[in-house]
Design a protein around this ligand. Structure first.
Ligand SMILES: NC(=O)c1ccc[n+]([C@@H]2O[C@H](COP(=O)([O-])OP(=O)(O)OC[C@H]3O[C@@H](n4cnc5c(N)ncnc54)[C@H](OP(=O)(O)O)[C@@H]3O)[C@@H](O)[C@H]2O)c1
Length: 278
């Protein structure tokens, strides 16, 4: 089990879907003790649900959570970030670290809104984090150091892989790996439908499609080979795969996926001005 890297408190402001996934993973990996997590949500206490097997019940007091914590993980929707920063501003100081997973919100926005030299790390995780197979891109703001990046890396390594990037790439990453699981679920479901159409049970077809997707991804990661080369190894001349590929090309699967990532990335630039999120 990993050491507890947070002994003085981790605030998770906005413990919704993604915040909840991260809390579960941090606890599972022993990065932080449940007593040191201060989670918040918006809803009233009567509607609050418990997060995780550790029975963490989120509160509503962002300021108190930030005050008790050395790391403040902002998991709010982009539009909520500004007013919550106003609430917690005087609980922050340059000894603390703010890590934000809010899509679209630049580190400069935090720095200006907070108004002091508080280090800020921006991160973009994704939902496969719930099974330890996420990927998180992290970048640092003006006042953050490589030590701060390392703290963020340790946290996000608990939910999968972590890559350090330049902030200018964060919207593209949001459109690719942030939204990507949704695109892949659609492909996976459609492959399974193909199996169902050909007489397989839905359960078997879904298992075959999911394990095939997992296996193909693993081969790319483990061999480092170009996907096109790997595709060629499956595609026997005059075999069945090339007939399937012909259908994919006619259906413009490739260009559709490219455009999906481009659109999602462009949308990621606008989120902080709208009600929506990833
Ligand atoms: N979902 C993803 O795949 C994903 C991936 C990467 C990054 N993100 C980013 O993560 C952030 C959260 O997304 P999500 O999908 O987890 O959304 P979500 O489930 O709606 O979580 C947002 C949480 O913020 C809480 N909240 C709202 N106003 C608040 C306030 N004033 N004080 C404290 N908590 C407040 C909400 O409370 P209630 O529960 O009471 O409404 C909710 O629990 C977004 O910025 C998104 O871009 C999401």
């Amino acid at each position: 089990m990993a050491e507890h890297i947070f002994k003085h408190g981790l605030a998770v402001l906005g413990a919704g879907k993604m915040g909840g996934i991260l809390i579960e993973a941090f606890l599972k990996h022993g990065l932080v003790s449940p007593h040191h997590i201060f989670a918040t949500v918006q809803q009233s206490s009567s509607e609050r649900r418990t997060i995780s097997s550790a029975q963490i019940t989120p509160g509503n007091n962002n300021h108190a959570a930030a005050e008790k914590s050395e790391v403040i993980l902002v998991c709010l929707k982009p539009l909520s970030v500004g007013h919550v920063l106003d609430e917690i501003r005087d609980a922050l100081n340059p000894e603390k670290l703010v890590i934000s997973i809010a899509a679209s919100v630049p580190t400069a926005y935090f720095e200006i809104r907070i108004g002091s030299k508080v280090p800020v790390i921006r991160a973009m995780p994704n939902t496969p984090s719930m099974v330890g197979e996420g990927i998180t891109a992290i970048c640092k703001g003006k006042h953050a150091t490589t030590e701060h990046l390392e703290i963020a890396r340790k946290l996000f390594d608990a939910v999968g892989k972590t890559v350090v990037v330049d902030e200018k790439h964060m919207d593209a990453i949001t459109g690719l790996s942030g939204s990507g699981p949704a695109f892949l679920y659609i492909i996976l479901e459609a492959l399974a439908e193909g199996g169902v159409k050909m007489g397989l049970s839905r359960e078997l077809a879904t298992l075959l499609a999911a394990q095939t997707m997992l296996g193909a991804a693993k081969v790319v990661l483990e061999t480092g080979h170009h996907p096109a080369l790997l595709k060629d190894t499956v595609t026997t001349p005059a075999g069945c795969t090339i007939d399937g590929i012909l259908e994919l090309e006619e259906g413009k699967l490739r260009v559709t996926l490219i455009k999906a990532v481009v659109k999602a990335s462009q949308r990621a630039k606008e989120l902080m001005f709208t009600e929506s999120s990833t």
